[in-house]
Design a protein around this ligand. Structure first.
Ligand code: PMP
Length: 399
C-alpha cells in the first residue's frame, strides 16, 4: 500500500471540532445543548456588505483575481489599518489569504525552514502548534498560567529570544484567554524584541476590534516603529465583521514577506474570489457600527460570565478584556466525581459536563493549559445565564 506523507501524521484533528461535533450529535438526538465551544461570531456584517456582494454578482465576477488581493481591497485595508495605528504602509506591504488561518500557514511556509524554532506563549490558539508540526518546525512553547494572568512576561520573552528562534508568534487579544496586553506591557515586550534583530515577529491580532474597558488595541510597532521591517501584522474579516465563512485574511509587513506570500498564493490559491473581495471592501470601508456594537455587547456578556464563574468556590478566572472567550482554571474539580463519573482532568471534565448538563466547553489542554477550559460566549444572550447556571450546578454536584 502507498503511504501518506509523514506531515499528515503530525497534523491532529482540532480538539475544538471534536467537542463541537459531539455537541451536534447530542443535539440531533434531541438533547437540549448549550454550546460554549466554537469561536464563531454569531452576528452579521450589515446589509451594505451583502449589497456589495450582490452588486459584484451583477458583473463579470467569476474571473481569476490578483495573487496579492485586488487593489480596491488593499486600499480599503490600508485605510483600516491606519485607523488601528499602522502608519506608512503601502500596497507593496500587503498580501492576502483565505482567512487568517491560511495566511498564518503561508507565513510559516515563507519564514520557517524545517527544524527552525518558532516561539509562542501558551495558552495558544490550537492551530499554531499544528502549523509548526506540519512544517516540521520546533515549537518553543512559553507557559503563561493563570497565576500570571496568562500573559507573557518580558523575562520569559527574553529567555525565549536568547535561543534565537526564527519566528516569535504573538496573539493579542488572545484566543483562548481573552487577555489583552496594555500599552505598557506591549512597550516592555517591544524593548525585548528590539534586542534580537534576527527573529521575525508575527502578531496575530484578528480580535483587535474587540477590546474592552477602554484599554485600546496596541501593537509593538506602535511603540517601536523600528520593528516594522521584521514584524508582520495579521488581520481578518472573520471576527471583526462576523464574516468567518467569507474567508478573507490579510497581512501588513515588510515588502519581501508580502511578496513571498503573494508568490505562495500564486501556487496555492491564485486569488480570493471577486464576490468575496467586494464584500470585504464594503466591510472595511463601510459603517463600523456593527463591530462597535458587538464589542459593547461582548463586554457586557464577559461580565456575566466572569461573575458566574467567580461565584464557584475554587474556580479562578482571570478577567478577559477582549475577544469573546473566558478561560477559567477548573482544576479544583480534578480528583472528584460527578454522579459516579470520575474526573481526572480537563478532558474528563468537559466530557462529563456535556453529558450531564448539555453544556459544551473546550478542554484547556487543546490550548496548552490542562488546568483550564475555554468558554466561548458568542451564543445568544438568552442562553448565557442558563448555560452558566448549569456549570455552577455541575460543580455543586461534585463529590
Ligand atoms: N487567529 C486566531 C487567534 C483565531 O482565533 C482564529 C479563528 N478562530 C484565526 C486566527 C483564524 O481566523 P480566520 O477565520 O480568518 O481564518
Amino acid at each position: 500500500m502507498p503511504q501518506l506523507a509523514q506531515r499528515v501524521g503530525r497534523a491532529k484533528p482540532s480538539a475544538i471540532m471534536v467537542i463541537a461535533e459531539k455537541a451536534k450529535q447530542l443535539k440531533a438526538a434531541g438533547r437540549d445543548i448549550i454550546s460554549f465551544s466554537i469561536g464563531v461570531p454569531n452576528f452579521f456584517p450589515g446589509e451594505h456588505v451583502y449589497a456589495a456582494a450582490r452588486e459584484a454578482l451583477q458583473h463579470d465576477s467569476g474571473q481569476y483575481g490578483s495573487n496579492r488581493g485586488a487593489d480596491a481591497l488593499l486600499d480599503a485595508f490600508l485605510v483600516h489599518i491606519e485607523k488601528l495605528g499602522f502608519k506608512g504602509y503601502g500596497r507593496t506591504n500587503l498580501s492576502i489569504g483565505i482567512g487568517a488561518k491560511q495566511v498564518l500557514y503561508n507565513l510559516g511556509e515563507a519564514l520557517l525552514n524545517e527544524g527552525d524554532e518558532i516561539a509562542f506563549a501558551a495558552p495558544f490558539w490550537t492551530t499554531y502548534r499544528d502549523i509548526a508540526d506540519i512544517l516540521g518546525a520546533k515549537a518553543n512553547i512559553l507557559h503563561c498560567g493563570p497565576e500570571q494572568n496568562y500573559k507573557l512576561t518580558p523575562a520569559q520573552l527574553d529567555a525565549a529570544l536568547a535561543r534565537k528562534p526564527k519566528v516569535f508568534l504573538f496573539n493579542n487579544p488572545s484566543n483562548p484567554t481573552g487577555m489583552v496586553y496594555t500599552r505598557d506591557e506591549i512597550a516592555a515586550l517591544a524593548d525585548v524584541l528590539a534586542k534580537y534583530p534576527d527573529t521575525w515577529i508575527i502578531t496575530d491580532d484578528i480580535y483587535n476590534s474587540m477590546v474592552f474597558d477602554g484599554l485600546g488595541y496596541h501593537n509593538f510597532v506602535h511603540v517601536k516603529p523600528e520593528l516594522k521591517d521584521r514584524l508582520i501584522f495579521v488581520d481578518s474579516v472573520s471576527k471583526t465583521y462576523g464574516m468567518p465563512g467569507w474567508r478573507v485574511g490579510l497581512i501588513a509587513g515588510p515588502e519581501n514577506v508580502a511578496k513571498a506570500i503573494t508568490t505562495l498564493n500564486s501556487n496555492h490559491i491564485t486569488s480570493v474570489p471577486e464576490v468575496v473581495t467586494a464584500a470585504a471592501v464594503a466591510a472595511f470601508s463601510g459603517p463600523q457600527d456593527v463591530p462597535q456594537a458587538k464589542c459593547k455587547e461582548f463586554a457586557g456578556k464577559r461580565d456575566v460570565v466572569v461573575n458566574a464563574l467567580r461565584a464557584i468556590p475554587g474556580v479562578v478566572c482571570p478577567t478577559p478584556q477582549g475577544a469573546f472567550y473566558a478561560f477559567p482554571d477548573i482544576s479544583v474539580a480534578f480528583g472528584k466525581s460527578h454522579n459516579g463519573t470520575r474526573i481526572e482532568n480537563d478532558v474528563d471534565f468537559c466530557a462529563a459536563l456535556l453529558e450531564a448538563k448539555g453544556v459544551a466547553c473546550v478542554p484547556g489542554s487543546a490550548f496548552g493549559e490542562p488546568r483550564a477550559m475555554r468558554i466561548s460566549y458568542t451564543c445568544p444572550t438568552a442562553q448565557l445565564q442558563p448555560g452558566l447556571e448549569r456549570i455552577q450546578a455541575f460543580f455543586a454536584e461534585l463529590t
